[in-house]
Design a binder for this molecule. Structure first.
Ligand code: APR
Length: 233
């Protein structure tokens, strides 16, 4: 019986595709105040600024391409004999464009829109406007379908179940600065899983991992996935 693998990715896996991370030097939170663009209060104060921020990130996403690391995770999903659950904190679609399936976007998706009034969801246009009416209820309260600070991440029940059944947990490209994602390694270890961190540098929760593979994801993730898929000796 092959191991169940749970993978958690963060902004670091999209860095080499040209999408900004948050907390690296020059990261998004050094360019914008997250209170203004990634909280419900910020959206209530100035929806135009919030749409400007996400319209720019959506444009970057559409211009970006997945790299060998994204492709390696899709390959692992296809060929690994056990279950591979791919959870991402990222709101870009690079995992899907690399061929990954059933990606769990716990912080939502840039490519989706949400009506703050009636909770209707639809595919987001390239540019969202602050006063655009909801296609369902016509309220001018449309927002990107992303999870802001102070809001509940999506799919937490499904994530908890996958962590409780994992034999291997791998975190890739995440600083371990934001919960609940930063707590997944402890949940997986609690369930008896082996834990690996693949990251440019040790994360804030590095001490909780059994193994660290340090360096760029575009090189290390394919190497790791190929080692996992090598025909068993
Ligand atoms: N390869 C591997 N790791 C990398 C690379 C790379 N090329 N470049 C950067 N990293 C690592 C950094 O060392 C850092 O530990 O990726 C991590 C990025 O950390 P953050 O910028 O904090 O991104 P993330 O962990 O995804 O943030 C979590 O915070 O702001 C919220 O909702 C937002 O989902 C985000 C959450």
């Amino acid at each position: 019986m092959a191991d169940n693998i749970v993978i958690l990715t963060g902004a670091g896996i999209s860095a080499e595709s040209g999408l900004g991370t948050f907390r690296d030097a020059g990261g998004l939170w050094s360019q914008y105040d997250l209170e203004d663009v990634a909280t419900p209060e910020g959206f209530a104060r100035d929806p135009g600024l919030v749409h400007e921020f996400y319209n720019a990130r959506r444009a970057n996403m559409l211009a970006a391409r997945p790299h060998a690391g994204h492709e390696a995770l899709a390959r692992l999903q296809r060929h690994w004999p056990g279950r591979v659950t791919l959870i991402t904190q990222n709101i870009d679609d690079l995992h899907e464009r690399a061929g990954a399936r059933d990606v769990i976007h716990m912080h939502g998706e840039l490519s989706r829109a949400l009506c703050a009034a009636c909770e209707h969801r639809w595919d987001a246009p390239a540019e969202m406007q602050p006063d655009a009416p909801c296609p369902q209820c016509a309220a001018p309260q449309t927002r990107p379908d992303v999870v802001w600070f102070g809001e509940i991440p999506y799919h937490m029940e499904r994530i908890g179940k996958a962590l409780s059944e994992a034999q291997l947990f791998v975190a890739i490209g995440t600083s371990g600065a934001v919960y609940p994602a930063a707590g997944f390694v402890a949940e997986a270890a609690q369930a008896g899983a082996r834990t690996i961190e693949i990251n440019l540098e040790r994360s804030e929760v590095a001490g909780l991992f059994d193994e660290h593979i340090l360096g760029p994801a575009s090189q290390l993730v394919p190497e790791w996935a190929d080692r996992m898929l090598e025909p068993r000796r």
